[in-house]
Design a protein around this ligand. Sequence first.
Ligand code: NAP
Length: 436
Amino acid sequence: MRHIAIVGSGPAGYYTAEAAVKKWGEDALIDVYDKLPVPFGLIRTGVAPDHQSIKAVSRRYEKTAIGDTVRFAGNVTVGEDITVEELTSLYDAVVLATGAPRDRQLDIDGAGSRNVIGSAAFVGWYNGHPEFAQLDPDLSGKHAVVVGMGNVALDVARILSKSQHEFAGSDIVAHALEALRESNIETISILGRRGPHQIMMTPKELGELLHLDRASPHVDNADLPPLEDDAFLEPGVRKSVTLLRDFAAIPENIHGEKPIAIEFDFFANPKAIVSEGGKVAGVEVERTKVEAGRAVGTGETYSVPADLVVTCIGYRTSPLKGVPFDERAGCFANDEGRILPGLYCVGWAKRGPSGTIGTNRPDGYSVIDIVDQDIGGGSRKRGREGFDELAQTRGLEIVTFRDWQKIEEAEIAAARKGAPREKFVDIDSMIAARGA
Ligand code: NAP
């Protein structure tokens, strides 16, 4: 028998569990731990609430989760309730699938001003992550600035622009829907420190901006490189750049039909946040040029008004005591997923925050191949049984997958008309909803 612990129940965690079941069948017991009482990590709290088709992948994880081989143990914080060292003494292999839940910091003057918010917090707020549900961003001003030109920046800009009607069928939480209803935002400037050819937004997602009820994307023709240069681009990026060209060609009268402008500001590197009375009032930006793929400052500066700033410049894994960390990459120090004997990592915790949900699948399968090479037929470790003993002595209240199904039933029952669910946004309500 092999005893495997997976820490984190997001895509990386469940693809790893799926791979373990495929590899060893009933000759392994796999325990998936999560700090929250609810599973699926980024699928629940990261993927945008209006992207339900992406969230549907959780149905696949359910298939892995149901049954006795894989056990979901929610409401267990590794590093607090149990240490990594204790887990490695109980299990043949511990795989850290903890993702990258912390914001990469925008390290400029004024970044601590009120209403300058990192994307982990802002996305967590509209997705009902218990840690960020109380964020209460101030949307009363006219200007929002989104820093970064990746898909998270795109999610944030789109969510800030949508009408109430466009959230039909989404699972955006009630507090965010209500705040967005009262929002006064008219201009959303997306700042990219490099140019259109370096855009990280993918075409499918970028194309959605052409179909928003109230908002229209603005690109300045002068920022676009000569058309013939697009031929050298990788096909996905070329499609995105073609969309930017389409945006630049939108006539003024069409823009005029929509009250919200989403402005792409390329070659724009934020240098300082300006505040008034402690609250953000603008962003000082230096104009850049791109040399050998890098943004180089030109010395020319200008300011962009901002009543709200959301930084979407990437994420970092949360360090864990006793686990070597790669500060530069912002994830655990590892060699193809191996961290220390018996300790592994997968997904964003292994390679940093890049790729799609699906990228985690091969990651999960490859880490299980490596674990298989290392542990062979397993050992006489105590695994689940040992954990349960320890949990009892510590008074830990584990939330199982069956409990989660009851929580989910309650969320579905509470859904507003047309929505798939109304999420619980605090841990006590989640735990209470599982019933006796
Ligand atoms: P990302 O794609 O890496 O984009 C980060 C952006 O931040 C880049 O434009 C980067 O510019 C910019 N940036 C980084 N540091 C900066 C700084 N100090 N100042 C100014 N700009 C800075 O990251 P992400 O948007 O957080 O997305 C993470 C991953 O999740 C990506 O793989 C993404 O595709 C994926 N995702 C997918 C979806 C979807 O498929 N629907 C939705 C959300 C996220 P440089 O390029 O110049 O460094």
